[in-house]
Design a binder for this molecule. Structure first.
Ligand code: TXA
Ligand code: MG
Length: 322
């Protein structure tokens, strides 16, 4: 794989690559995406191959302007239009009833499609130069930590992808908020940078639903996702690690609480600075995961919205793998 800086020439090359049904990884303001021509099943198939992603996990389609939306969806409910006007481009994915033109592969055979207009200038430039909608999941092997730098992508998928457009460290550091609008009301499926409160500013009622991957599971059961190879344990407030002292221990520090550890990554000493915590989360986990430690500890976070989005990632990263 080659890491490309975001020059005009490189963006053109990457856009051509996409139009030839090849994969391009690129920076967005949430996490790095692994992109393919969303109108080509053959191109999208390459995403599933590269990520070893199961076909029951649908992809998010990325667009550069509102004009593209009409070609892809059957209708734009008022709530979706209002949310798009308020938060696009940005870390918000909206789910619509899909048009025929969207390949079944993208939607796992469902009649809805998830669409996002990213805010990162490099992502927008790539999308508008390519002039096609681009399907892009996070650019990591299925289930593993999401990438927030071009180097993360290279380390994880370097063999599978020829081009990664380097837009620096991702601003948000966690994936977009997903809101299902396909039934004409807002149903929050995944927490991210746009909070439930942000959504309530646009539409009075927000319901809470389950992300596609969680639906087949029993209530309370958590699928492992966003996970490091190293065992991750989320400690309750005041709880001390049980693992034997002879093990090599990593610690993800949030706030003032510390434990006895061999390697420490400080996300923030302020346990209310959720933006900084989210921004550093995956990078810190990538580094700790590369050290061959026996276990990584982190204390649970309290709070709603972005705090809840971060806790969602931590609990899934700590969940037992099947
Ligand atoms: O921030 C992001 O959203 C990043 C960047 C690259 O844009 N992308 C991302 O994609 O997080 P990925 O594949 O990691 O997450 C896709 C998730 C699916 O697991 C599913 O939960 C949801 O999006 N999704 C996709 N299509 C859907 C649909 N039709 N209905 C409900 N949820 C859908
Ligand atoms: Mg992902």
């Amino acid at each position: 794989m080659a890491i490309f800086r975001g020059t005009e020439e490189n963006i053109k090359k990457a856009a051509e690559h996409l139009n030839n049904d090849n994969l391009v990884a690129f920076a967005t303001e949430t996490v790095y995406g692994l992109g393919a021509n969303a109108l080509s099943p053959q191109a999208c198939e390459k995403i599933f191959q590269a990520k070893k992603r199961p076909k029951y996990d649908p992809l998010i389609v990325h667009i550069a302007e509102m004009g593209q939306l009409n070609d892809l969806v059957q209708e734009i409910p008022k709530v979706a239009l209002d949310l798009a006007e308020a938060y696009w481009p940005g870390p918000l994915t909206l789910v619509f009833k899909k048009k025929e033109i969207i390949p079944d592969l993208i939607t796992s055979g469902m009649d809805t499609v998830a669409i996002r207009m990213p805010a990162h200038p490099l992502a927008l430039a790539l999308l508008s130069t390519a002039k096609i909608p681009v399907a892009a999941p996070s650019a990591n092997p299925f289930g593993y930590l999401s990438p927030t730098t071009a180097e993360h992508v290279n380390a994880q998928l370097g063999e599978e992808v020829e081009i990664v457009l380097d837009g620096g460290e991702c601003d948000w550091g966690i994936e977009s908020t997903i809101v299902d609008c396909s039934q004409g009301e807002a149903v929050l499926l995944r927490q991210g940078g746009i909070s439930a409160e942000d959504i309530r500013r646009v539409t009075a009622e927000v319901k809470f639903g389950k992300a596609v991957l969680e639906r087949p599971l029993a209530p309370g059961q958590l699928a492992s996702h966003y996970a490091p190879n190293t065992k991750l344990i989320v400690l309750k407030k005041g709880e001390q690690p049980l693992e034997s002292q002879s093990k090599s221990v990593g610690f993800l520090q949030i706030g003032a609480a510390v434990i006895d550890a061999d390697e420490v990554e400080v996300l923030s000493r302020d346990d209310k600075d959720f933006k900084t915590i989210a921004h550093k989360l995956f990078s810190a986990l990538h580094r700790l995961d590369s050290l061959g430690l026996d276990v990584i500890y982190v204390y649970e976070l309290e709070g709603e919205d972005l705090a809840a989005a971060i806790m969602d990632r931590l609990l899934k990263a700590a969940a037992k793998r099947s």
